[in-house]
Design a protein around this ligand. Sequence first.
Ligand code: B12
Ligand code: SF4
Ligand code: SF4
Length: 371
Amino acid sequence: MLTKETVKAMARKTGFDLVGITGAAPLLSLVPVLEERQRRGREPEFVSGTIEERITPKLFFPEAKSVIMTALNYYNPAIREKPLHGKLSRSTWGRDYHRVMGEMLERLGQSLTQLEPGFKYKAFVDTGPLVERELARRAGLGWIGKNCALITPEFGSWVFLGGIAVNVELPPDSPLNQSCGSCRRCLDACPSGALEEAHCVNPRRCLSYISQKKGYLGLEERKLLQGRLYGCDTCQEVCPVNHKVAQETGNAAFRPLPHVYLSLAEIVTMDNKQFKEWLGPTAAAWRGKTNLKRNAVIALGNGGDPEAIPLLLAALKDPSPIIRGHAAWALGSFAGNEAGTGTALQKALKKETDPMAKRELLNALEVRTNR
Ligand code: B12
Ligand code: SF4
Ligand code: SF4
């Protein structure tokens, strides 16, 4: 018979940093939290599943009797910031964790199938409906920080979560009896005020979400993003637990790939082939090329470095109206009357057919006249 010890040993052998077990009972304590989010229209558009599906392992895998929760440490020390370069969250520095962890979970499931006749499982990492932080908390992997992250005593919050629902009953682990205490550094450091109170993030104000949202961003959102190209690490970077326990990942798949050193110029001008080659293997690609280019244009505008101006003038001719529109805004945000910019904006306005991009061009020209 499959024992908890065998399962854990196999998970470690597969390469997981942490493993814990919880039952398949629904995550009932989340119901009021999820209802409130729905009522206030706060769920990101890419979150799938009804509340019932998000809290019920048996709706995900009808034969589920237990859930094996795993964590992978993905921490890498900071990369030195450079002018005219943007910022990617650490979760996107290495290979896409959905693939890396998904493959590992499948391997774990297959190994357990070899050991136990009739063993069945279904794996999930991030894109499934189940709320993984709560499953991980219940499986004793860590506690929920005031920044909403699952914080582990071994690696802090720099861990990806994933699991397999299984058709065998395993003795569950107990949740940890740990908390953030009186600390509130993440609440004070969140640049957008998305952490409205302890354990409660407003997803629509979270810069991680804003960086992933498609289309035109509002003026406040553009300013708040600063140089972020994808994701936001601020509430984890300030966390004293992370300062104390974070350790460089031992998983080669999560070491930084060359894309983390790309300049904003390279991102703003990349074509489809470069996008696929540079970002395709990472988790920063799933919202598409235009999103990253848009965020790079915004970073150039926020950076205020005059070297950005020729790049932004070129971006006024980009095939995507979203890039043209944000480039107009970025040019409008430069303080002086840089030679040629006004004329370039006027010229672009004459040719522009997209109503939103046209509005951005008009706004940029108005900002410059009023200066
Ligand atoms: C949608 C989503 C987002 C959205 C919304 C996030 C949110 N917190 O609501 C956005 C795009 C903003 C986002 C951002 C990030 N995400 Co995200 N995201 C998800 C996803 C797909 C679903 C999350 C969800 O349904 N949340 C519902 C809410 C209710 O639960 P929760 O926020 O996850 O967590 C807890 C608290 O809200 C808490 N809670 C609520 N009320 C109360 C009250 C009290 C008193 C207490 C104690 C607790 C408490 O209970 C919840 C569970 O225990 C999960 C994967 C998954 N399927 O679970 C990944 C996931 C949560 N994300 C992850 C990551 C890494 C991030 C980012 C760090 C990425 C980045 N660097 O930009 C940021 C962190 C932002 C933050 N501070 O939460 C990891 C988390 C790893 C970890 N160690 O915690 C996950 C688990 C993906 C994975 N498989 O690894 N994410
Ligand atoms: S990820 Fe950034 S914006 Fe979102 S809650 Fe944390 S600090 Fe705030
Ligand atoms: S910064 Fe402080 S309050 Fe926020 S998650 Fe870390 S320990 Fe908890």
